[in-house]
Structures are given as structure tokens and as C-alpha cells.
Design a protein around this ligand. Structure first.
Ligand SMILES: C[S@@+](CC[C@H](N)C(=O)[O-])C[C@H]1O[C@@H](n2cnc3c(N)ncnc32)[C@H](O)[C@@H]1O
Length: 391
């Protein structure tokens, strides 16, 4: 829960940046079309596509374009609630730091907020997008901020000559947004192999390794770091956490999932990590799936209402695995496990148990699904199984 005064200050700050808050896509896209030309939009869409391919140059071109004064308020307004949420989580942890580095600060929307909120703390924002850094400097000057400066650099190529108490890295460490991460050992488990070569490859292709090495070298001996990336999926969360842990970072509080709206779309993001360099580990790194809402199968729940084609039970969460393991009298009728060249697996199974028929599906990217029907509807479920195995 964000405190009222922090929330008010963040809203006022985002207003200074001319960001607007929308809760309807229709209203937001109407404003976008009014403000930007069709050409602007098609250039931006092309740049977004190129950025998805993951090259550094395409990413820089995209962030340069979005930092233009005409474009910035429109594009970044979609992230209004992101700024409220992440800005508050970070601000609450700046605490007693005397110096803070905001890595990948973009146009400095949050950096200038932190600098306003903590006038006695000295802030450095770094980013490799020239236009973003220019915008950050202009806005900091307009606000009359004397405790913040910005440097345009790529942390992998050049490190600023500072030592800081706190590094902030929000949505800046992982370059490969589409990277699936690390598969589990096989479809039966959520566990990941500890293979140094595979981990190194993940850190290289997502850019996390070289960025973290650069940032950790700037941290004071007992320095802290807060980080948030799109690593909610267990397959990305595990190698990301291992990359943090391998650099001597320990958690000082449990990580927390972050949820905010991108206008109407809900973003399940994070987790948000709060860490210290070289401290005693007070909080373990958690490599298990998040607790989910899946409920156990209960035969007493009774058949679905007449005319409904709903199954007796359906679970699309990790907990489907333990429900499937506990089905009494389980007999597999058909099953197939497909392995891809890169070691990924998809297992599908059609079977019977004391209370009915089931289809169970699991893969090495943590997907689990269990569907149960009463024996009379076995044919329907078998057809579903065939659909999954592609027969
Ligand atoms: C999604 S933006 C995030 C901006 C800001 N941290 C926030 O939370 O809103 C990511 C920023 O990281 C910057 N960035 C990515 N890799 C970088 C690197 N190696 N060195 C410096 N900046 C980098 C990009 O240029 C971009 O501006």
C-alpha cells in the first residue's frame, strides 16, 4: 500500500512530465491518435518490432525516439501506473543512502522523482540512449535539481567513475524480453539444473551478466541494490536470481511480485528484489513456483449443471501437478512425451482414475494443466488429448 503523501508526490511529478492516467484503452488510443501522426505511429511500431529482435542498436534507436518531447508523454502515459508502483517501492528503500545510481534511467522520469524526494542524496542516472539523457538533463534543470546528474554511456563498455551506496535497476537489466529462460530438468519437476555453461549462456544472451558485473563493481562494500525485471515466469526467475546470487548479492527482504495496469492490460511483473552486497543471507532465494489458486479435486463437488459442458474439475496452475499425483487408482490409457532438440519436453496423458477420466499436460517451462470429466464424457476428453498431441 503506497502512503498518501508519496502517492500525491508521484502524481504531481508525473503531471510535471505531462503524463496522463487512463483507465480505458479507447480513451488512451484516441488521445494517441490525436497527438501523434500516422507516420509517427508507423515508425514507432516498426521500431518496437526491431527492438523485440533484441539487438542493442535497435533498442537504443527505440529509446531515442520515445524520448522526443512530442512522443514521450504519449508513450510513457501507458506506464503511468508502473511509475506509481515502482517509483513508490524504490523510493521507500532509498532510506539512508548518500549516493544512488539509477541504471538505465531512460529520460529520468523516476530519477528526477527520487532526486526531488531526497534532496540530500546524490543521484547519478546513466543510460546509453543519447536523447533520453538529454531529456533527463533538461527536465532536471527545469526542476532546479542540484543533486542529480546524468551520463550517457553503455555500462558494458564504460563504467562511470563512482562508488555508490545503492544501485537501482528497474526494467533495465534484461535486454531479451522474449527469452524463455531455463527449462526444468524434465516435465515432472520445476527444478533447474545447475549447469554453469547454460547459466553463462543465459546471462550473455540476455545481457544480464555483463550489466550486473559493471554495476556490482560500482557498489560500496556494504552497498545495496534494488532490481525489478520481467522475470515473473519461473524459467526466467531462476537464472536471474542465480545471476544476482553469483555476484554476492543477498536478499534483505523477501522479493515481491509487482502488479500494475498498462491502461486496461494487467502486467504481472517483477519480482522486486531488495539486496545487499556481501551481507549474511537472511532471506533464501526461492526457486519454487508461486503459490497459486488451484484447489484440490473434490469428488463431492458433484457434476456440473445440466446443459453445461464444463468439466468436473480444471486446474491450469502449478498445483495441478500435486492434484494429478494424488488421483486415486490412476491408470494411464495413452501418453506421449515429445522432446525438442534443445531438450524441452511436452508430456500429455489421458487416463482414468476412481472418479472419472483425466487429461494431464506438463512441459519444461512450468505449464501444468489437469482436466477431469465424469466417465460418460470420456470421448470428449480423449478428443481433447488428441488435439494436444496433434493426432
Ligand atoms: C525500459 S527502460 C527503463 C527506464 C527506467 N529504468 C524505468 O524504470 O522506467 C530501459 C533503459 O535501459 C537502458 N539500457 C539498457 N541497457 C543499457 C546499458 N548497457 N547501458 C546503459 N543503459 C542501458 C535503455 O537505453 C533504456 O533507456
Amino acid at each position: 500500500m503506497i502512503g498518501d503523501s508519496l502517492q500525491r508526490a508521484l502524481n504531481a511529478h508525473l503531471e510535471f512530465w505531462k503524463l496522463r492516467r487512463f483507465d480505458s484503452d479507447e480513451a488512451y488510443f484516441h488521445w494517441q491518435r490525436q497527438t501523434l501522426s500516422a507516420d509517427d505511429l508507423s515508425i514507432l511500431h516498426r521500431q518496437i518490432e526491431q527492438k523485440r529482435q533484441g539487438t542493442g542498436a535497435a533498442e537504443i534507436a527505440f529509446y531515442d525516439a520515445t524520448a522526443e518531447p512530442r512522443i514521450l508523454p504519449v508513450l510513457y502515459s501507458q506506464r503511468y501506473e508502473y511509475y506509481l508502483t515502482v517509483g513508490a517501492l524504490t523510493a521507500e528503500r532509498i532510506g539512508r543512502a548518500a549516493s544512488v545510481l539509477d541504471f538505465g534511467c531512460g529520460p529520468g522520469i523516476l530519477t528526477t522523482f527520487y532526486a526531488r524526494r531526497f534532496p540530500h542524496v546524490s543521484f547519478l542516472g546513466v543510460d546509453r540512449s543519447t536523447t533520453s539523457v538529454r531529456r533527463a538533463e533538461e527536465q532536471a534543470a527545469t526542476l532546479g535539481l542540484r543533486n542529480v546528474r546524468f551520463e550517457c554511456l553503455d555500462i558494458v563498455e564504460r563504467r562511470p567513475s563512482v562508488t555508490v551506496d545503492l544501485v537501482v535497476a528497474t526494467h533495465a537489466l534484461v535486454q531479451a524480453e522474449q527469452d524463455p529462460g531455463l527449462p526444468s530438468l524434465d516435465w515432472r519437476t520445476f527444478e533447474r539444473d545447475r549447469d554453469a555453461a547454460v547459466q553463462r549462456e543465459f546471462e550473455e544472451r540476455t545481457g544480464i551478466g555483463p550489466r550486473l558485473d559493471g554495476l556490482c563493481s560500482l557498489l560500496a562494500a556494504d552497498g545495496r541494490m534494488v532490481a525489478l525485471e520481467k522475470t515473473r515466469q519461473l524459467s526466467r526467475r531462476v537464472p536471474f536470481q542465480r545471476a544476482l546470487a553469483a555476484r554476492g548479492l543477498v536478499q534483505t527482504e523477501p522479493s515481491r511480485p509487482v502488479r500494475y495496469n498498462l491502461v486496461e492490460e494487467v502486467a504481472e511483473d517483477g519480482p522486486f528484489y531488495t539486496m545487499r552486497k556481501n551481507g549474511d543471507a537472511t532471506v533464501e532465494w526461492n526457486e519454487t513456483p508461486e503459490p497459486d489458486e488451484g484447489s484440490p479435486f473434490s469428488p463431492s463437488a458433484g457434476p456440473p449443471a445440466a446443459g453445461s459442458d464444463a468439466p468436473l474439475y480444471e486446474n491450469h496452475h502449478p498445483s495441478a501437478q500435486s492434484v494429478w499425483q494424488r488421483l486415486s487408482g490412476r491408470i494411464v490409457i495413452r501418453e506421449q512425451t515429445r522432446s525438442e532438440a534443445d531438450g524441452r519436453q511436452l508430456h500429455a496423458e489421458y487416463g482414468q482414475f476412481d472418479e472419472g477420466r483425466y487429461v494431464y499436460c506438463a512441459n519444461t517451462f512450468d505449464r501444468r494443466q489437469l482436466v477431469i470429466v465424469e466417465p460418460a464424457r470420456a470421448a470428449m476428453l480423449e478428443a481433447y488429448y488428441q488435439e494436444i498431441v496433434g493426432g
